[in-house]
Design a protein around this ligand. Sequence first.
Ligand code: PLP
Length: 389
Amino acid sequence: MNFSGSAGAERAARIDVAALRHNVRTIADYVRPAKVMVAVKADGYGHGALTAARAAIDAGADWLGTAHVAEAKALRDAGVEAPILAWLHTRGTDFAEGIRHHIDLGVSGWELELIAEAAEQLHIPARVHLKIDTGLGRNGCTAEEWPALAAKAAEYSERGLISVEGIFTHLAVADEPDRRETDEQLAAYREAVEVAEAHGVVPDLRHVANTPAALSRPDAHFDMVRVGVGVYGQSPFADRTPEDLGLRPAMELRTTVANVKRVPAGQGISYGLTHRTDQPTSLALIPLGYADGIPRIAVDAPVWINGRICRSAGRVAMDQFVVDLGSEETDVRVGDDAVVFGGGSGIAAADWGTAAQTINYEIITRIGERVPREVVDTGDDAEAPGQDA
Ligand SMILES: *Cc1c(COP(=O)(O)O)cnc(C)c1O
């Protein structure tokens, strides 16, 4: 994997759409007969929303999910026709735009009236999914308000202003499969569905599970799962790798070594001089920094260079950080490939999460705009994602 002298991108987040497809199929096989909604919010978890959406649909995903109506609208503008649900709204959300572009709308409470008004003006019924808060304490209708919301939804349905397509909730601790709070959330959810049905609201799609629940709680599958991180080939569990789950990481963050130098013991490294070399050593400069999404807080973080995994030293700066290559004479040269995570490097986004006191979700979604997304397709039979053909 030595690209020296090749005219590759200076830096790239390389996205393997074959891995995305593989992951969608793996999860779909696992949850069948439940349908699969792939979350492509936050620019497809940093992989490119359109790239992720197309790969998901190619692999048989039934639905797409976004947080914002504007994210869903951007997919429509790009020609995506699959069903899309958007679930996080503000007073500034353009519900009319959502209805016009047949985007399904999550409803936690206050939105319902505004959505019904927009639908009335457009003479197009709005498609909504009612959201119950079963314990996450974030979005969603409380159990107390739920009967009133269901009654209101039934009334608007009768008037032809809305059609209730789904009832959903979101889990708080599904990444820790043994915690009883998930059982409590599922019980609260079932009760909410019964209350809605008693009000005459009987939707086709009951959906609860995120990736960790899809992979660990068959009793949470219902009619559809909403999966994000697993589709991108990341494990939602602290103690299981993507490989353990049959998933392939779809993003490789790569660049080339921008400088190499020999320094004596006692050399300070980067702002604040928080690190000093304790022996003569070689340093490699990696031209990615916190403006590119490398967490400034990361220490002792892994980077693959010339077949070896080395460790970062000193503070990550805006545009660059330093890797200590060790005291022995180095064969690393300017222009050699450097892989931050993914590909054949053996480094996981989760390893950077550990180095930066965060999780793989944040590492992949925070890669900056200055890093071009380079879409590759290693083919559906590829064994080793990210290996260069
Ligand atoms: C982001 C999100 C998901 C997907 O979660 P993953 O853990 O990435 O699978 C599902 N449902 C809702 C409401 C979300 O916001």
